[in-house]
Design a protein around this ligand. Sequence first.
Ligand SMILES: Nc1ncnc2c1ncn2[C@@H]1O[C@H](COP(=O)(O)OP(=O)(O)OP(=O)(O)O)[C@@H](O)[C@H]1O
Ligand SMILES: [Mg+2]
Length: 287
Amino acid sequence: MTQAYRNQQKEIEHVQEFIDRFRQVGSKAAQVQSRIKTLEKLVRIEKPRTPRKPFKFSFPQPPRSNQKVIELTKVGQAYGAKRIYKDLDLTIERGDRMVLVGPNGAGKSTLLKILAGHLEIDAGKREPGYATKIGYYSQHRSEALNDDNTVLEEVLAACSTLREEEARSILGSFLFRRNDVEKRCNVLSGGEKSRLNLVKFLVDPPNLLLMDEPTTHLDILSIDSLVQALKNYEGTLVFISHDVHFIRNLAETTLHVNNGTVTRYTGGYDYFIEKSGLNDDRSAVTA
Ligand SMILES: Nc1ncnc2c1ncn2[C@@H]1O[C@H](COP(=O)(O)OP(=O)(O)OP(=O)(O)O)[C@@H](O)[C@H]1O
Ligand SMILES: [Mg+2]
C-alpha cells in the first residue's frame, strides 16, 4: 500500500514536470493537454497514515499501599429482593493482579463497585487499608473532567512531571490524534471521555486500580498500549474483562463469580480453565 502510493506520487510528479516545462510551448500544447487530462482522471491512492508507534514512557508508580489493600468480611448485597452476595469474604493484597470472570449477570460489576465503595452493602464490613488509594474505572462512569481544559491540558494537569510531547504520545496511543488533543473536554463523546480517564489513571496511578471492561472503547493497538502500561504498573490491579488476550497478559489470580459464590484460583486464565474444568463451557467463563 505504501509502495503503491509512492509509485503513484512519482508518476504524478513526472507528469507534472512535463506539464510545467512545456506549458508555454505551442508545439507541445496537445501533449500538455492530454497529460493534464491524465492527471485529472487519475484515481489517487490515499496517503497511508503513518503507523502509530508504541510510546516510550515509563509511567509513574503509585505510592505504596499496606500489604492488606482491602478486605471484605461477610459482605451481603442485594438489589431489592434480588440477592447478589451473602457472607462474602475477600482479601486483596498488595501486588495482586486479579481478574473477575463469570457469566453475564453473575455479579462481577457489583463486586467491583462494592470494592470501590460505590455501592452500599447491606451486611458485613468493607475495610480498605490505611494507605489504599482507589481508582475505579468503568465505561459507564467517568471521573469529573474539567470542561474548560483541552484533552492535552487535562492530562498535563494530572501529572506535574509529564512533558507535553510525552502526553501527546500517550494520548496518540489511546486514539487521540493530533487535532483531538486540542478539543475541550465538554465536547468529548462518551468513548473519548472514557479513554481520557484511562490515560489520566495511567499518568497519575492510584495504588488500587479497579477496572470494569477497560478495553471497550479501544482498538487492538491501544489495547496493547494498555497491556504494556499495566504490566509496568506496580500497584494492585483488579479487573473485569471478556477479552481473553487481555486477561492472559495481565491476570495472575482468577476469581470465578457465579451464583453468589466467588471461587479463587491462584493462577492466570489458563490455570483457571485447567483447574475448573470449565473449558467446555465458555458461557460460564467469559460470556
Ligand atoms: N442497579 C441495579 N438494580 C437492580 N438490579 C441490578 C442493578 N445492577 C445490577 N443488577 C442485577 O444484578 C445482577 C448482577 O449484575 P452485575 O452487573 O454485577 O453482573 P456482571 O457479572 O457484571 O454482568 P456482565 O457480565 O453482563 O457485565 C444482574 O442480574 C443485574 O441485572
Ligand atoms: Mg458487568
